[in-house]
Design a protein around this ligand. Sequence first.
Ligand SMILES: C[S@@+](CC[C@H](N)C(=O)[O-])C[C@H]1O[C@@H](n2cnc3c(N)ncnc32)[C@H](O)[C@@H]1O
Length: 408
Amino acid sequence: MYRISELAEKVGLSRSTLLYYEKVGLISAKRQANGYRSYSEQDLQRLKLLQQLQAGGLSLKECQSCLESRIDRGLLLQRLKVLDDEIAEKQQARELLSAMLGMSSMRDWHQTTEKQAPHAHLDWLMKQGFDEKQALRLKWLSKDMNEHELYMADFELIFDGLERLGPGTEVDSLTALKATLPSTDPLKAVLSSTESLKAEPFNSGELLEIGCGKGVATRVLALHSEFTITALDNDKSNLNSLNKNLDKALKQRVNTVCASMTELPFERDQFDVIWCEGGAYIMGVEQALKDWKPYIKAQGYLVLSDLVWSSDNPCDELRAFWLQEYPDMVSAKQRIEQAKQAGYELIDSFPLSEQAWSDYYAPLQGRVDELEAMMPNSKALADVKMELEIFHKRQGEFDYQMLVLKKM
Ligand SMILES: C[S@@+](CC[C@H](N)C(=O)[O-])C[C@H]1O[C@@H](n2cnc3c(N)ncnc32)[C@H](O)[C@@H]1O
């Protein structure tokens, strides 16, 4: 037999807790002649069992009914689920901490945070020491701050020597350029083919090309128009390649500017046309529609190309891939609606030609084949390979859409 203080010591509970347990009938004391309570071995064991059940997450009441009757499976299953959820939450917290310490991948965290709080995510990355250019590259390319530098070095090696950094062709650019001619322009009627476009330069004024890369479209625009062209990119080496590839005559009409598309260093109403092939997604097409508009003259044009769904019901594999790679991806119809909402009139819209895809992906595939043996563990190479595989499964479910918009 145990006195209350002995029992309390054996089970690590306070005297008042034992008195409460007695009051609710979990244990029962016998009174000694001197009036002191005494407890049996059975009480002690009952308390130990109770403590085990409590450790399983059951409330006191639930423990009591477990002790007094057959266990309630439904209740235990419910408790098990709560426990599993708590473990998963803790596991996630553990993974985040270990990822932040560089012990595992941060991809999932970056991707979830990007979806839930994109602005805060970007600000936070900049607080970790990334400048805007690297923070955006991290968002779209490396997706893991711990591996960013290595990833980008591999990425640059893969793209080294490739001219085109996104889908497109000369013909597609010229078709869009032609759409910016006023419908009353006599040239428009004359120019029925891109061949005749080549013959006679048309259009003039100031054109800003954003995200010009190595200048594949810049050269076409310079050659086939009389625009003074400002070619903007935030990557100096791209601009160096562009300058190298322009012949002297064209160079006189093309200035390069190294700056971010998110903070254009220009005057309001400066440009007749803003042009952006495959780059607006970097800051978000909807944001670009809004932010670039003040730099376009009244009745001026915004021409951009963007990856869009061409199927209302894409297969799961494609949907899952692009949901990760380009979460803002919408259909061409939705983009056009966004452009109208942002105060543009739609002048023309067409999916880029099949050639536009192969002009981009065929040389890229060539680089992958060349480098694969040299870079067996490269995440950047694995990602590019994955994108190429997805492209081969495209089957008309997504397109690169050119939009020619007029500022209203
Ligand atoms: C998909 S590539 C397209 C390049 C080019 N228009 C082409 O089709 O080859 C996107 C381009 O945007 C540039 N870029 C990325 N972030 C940028 C930013 N914040 N400001 C300006 N340019 C940026 C990249 O350096 C790259 O040249």
